[in-house]
Write a protein that binds this ligand. Structure first.
Ligand code: ATP
Ligand code: MG
Ligand code: MG
Ligand code: MG
Length: 462
């Protein structure tokens, strides 16, 4: 019999349905004439209650091997459940235990901290919270593609190994072509970290933007959705060394079109995830952060606030809060400033535009005032910056000047400059950190708990 997923059974199973399930035991309770166990298969938050009758063949023996963590297949018949909160339960007729689990299995009844769970990342997907996170993450990924595909954007794959530092922030992880025959094996043998990629320096990409611009110059509207890497050597709850980024790039588009897209995008994704994972979202609201559902509602139903950087500085100067970092025109906004604007002042996402040219990347379009660039950051309550974007500099001479003042050798980006030589056009795009989005949506406090295998300083094995 083809096994059925528990989510489907709980949604539409009826008494007398004969079926098979497969999953992992969450709990077991032994009573006199019969026993209960809860089986979870990852398809939903809830587990299915299974009733094991003493009359069942090999009852005692089966029961002994059914400990928390064991993998099972159960064949039986659904019966109406007398218990509260569930319509049906499964009366077992045949139980196959694939793999037993002894008392060393770490996910016993006790609730563990997220910090501890990070040390057992190979098990944490079997907990309620991480299970819900990864289902929401999946729904969110699907919604990303749906949004762009519905609008005719082409999904393009930009390289992971690259020769450029798009952001110029110096957070590159280098790639080397180690000769495996001669890899140093002992501490005494020196490791030559200067080895490069077949004779040229190469890095893991920090952003696919520059290459996405190439593709936008042929297809109009494109997007990337792939892994990016940054050597973030600090312990924050918002930074990973490996994270996924969504980067739309649009030809014939200015900053206003870019802001509209960012707003529509976030609204679409929130709506879609609420529709696809209502139980998981309710769970986050109840157990993780009681503002999760209100935030989703706020995003879906309100326009985002839009202010210029200059206006934002004025608002921050007037703030009653004492900030750790200075507020001054010309300095970048820190996370505390971003959160003040989004959380306290406007109580919704805020798009800050037109940042001082000195603090932003070389490729952003210089504004008419000559002092600012047409940049935009979308700031979210509880998170701070969630999106960074801009209109790109499409004028060759100005771009060359900007590269010079950023110390970038134009020869290294000759192909990028070429885009401004042949058929240049106003264009714009943004980068959204996928994990920050999932974090924002679920209310999870640490970004390491929204990606299956977080990569951060001191966290490589798991
Ligand atoms: P921050 O100021 O938070 O370090 P950034 O300005 O360096 O971010 P951008 O270069 O603008 O980041 O990248 C675009 C988006 O990618 C950010 O708005 C954020 O959502 C996400 N992002 C950036 N760095 C990281 C990281 N280390 N881990 C997870 N997401 C990140
Ligand atoms: Mg950064
Ligand atoms: Mg930033
Ligand atoms: Mg940014």
């Amino acid at each position: 019999m083809t096994p059925k997923r528990i989510a489907e059974i709980l949604r539409q199973g009826n008494p007398d349905d004969r079926l098979t399930i497969q999953g992992w035991v969450r709990t077991k309770r032994e009573l006199k004439g019969f026993s209960f166990m809860e089986v979870n298969d990852g398809s939903c938050l809830a587990s299915l209650q299974v009733v094991l009758d003493r009359e069942m063949p090999q009852y005692e023996q089966v029961l002994k091997s059914l400990n928390t963590g064991a993998s099972v297949e159960v064949e039986g018949v659904l019966v109406a459940s007398p218990a509260k909160g569930q319509r049906v339960e499964l009366k077992a007729e045949k139980v196959v235990v694939y793999g037993e689990a002894d008392e060393n299995y770490p996910l016993q009844k006790k609730r563990h901290s997220f910090e501890f769970l990070r040390t057992i990342a190979h098990w944490r997907s079997r907990t309620n919270t991480l299970g819900a996170v990864f289902r929401v993450r999946n729904a969110c990924s699907a919604a990303v593609h749906e949004f762009f595909q519905q609008r005719g954007f082409l999904w393009v794959h930009t390289p992971i190994i690259t020769g450029n530092d798009c952001e110029g922030a110096g957070e590159l992880l280098a790639v080397t072509s180690l000769d495996l025959q001669n890899v140093p094996r002992t501490k005494e043998q020196a490791v030559d970290y200067s080895q490069d990629f077949f004779g040229k320096p190469a890095y893991l990409t920090v952003s696919g933007q520059l290459e996405a611009e190439v593709m936008a110059m042929a297809f109009g509207n494109v997007y990337t959705f792939g892994p990016t890497f940054r050597a973030e050597n600090s312990n924050t709850s918002r930074h990973l060394a490996e994270f996924w980024m969504i980067e739309p790039e649009m030809a014939f588009c200015d900053l206003e079109g870019n802001m509209d897209l960012a707003e529509q995008f976030l609204q679409f994704v929130f709506k879609s995830v609420l529709e696809k994972c209502p139980e998981d979202m309710e769970f986050f609201n109840k157990r993780i952060n009681d503002t999760v559902l209100a935030t989703a509602d706020n995003i879906i139903n309100n326009q985002f606030e839009r202010v210029t950087y200059t206006e934002a500085i004025a608002l921050l100067e007037k703030a009653p809060d004492k900030f750790e970092f200075p507020v001054e025109w010309g300095l970048d906004l820190q996370s505390e400033h971003e959160r003040y604007l989004a959380e306290k002042l406007f109580k919704k996402p805020v798009i800050v535009t037109d940042y001082p040219l000195e603090i932003k990347a070389f490729y952003m379009r210089v504004g008419d005032d000559g002092k600012t660039v047409r940049a935009m950051d979308v700031l979210a309550p509880n998170i701070g910056e969630i999106i960074g974007g801009s209109q790109r500099e499409e004028r060759l001479d100005i771009l060359e000047n900007r590269m010079q003042s950023h110390g970038i050798n134009p020869e290294e980006l000759w192909w990028y400059l070429d885009l401004r030589r042949f058929g240049s056009v106003p264009h714009a795009g943004f980068g959204l950190g996928f994990e920050r989005l999932v974090q924002f949506m679920t209310g999870m406090g640490n970004i390491r708990d929204v990606i299956p295998f977080p990569r951060a300083p001191l966290s490589l094995d798991f």
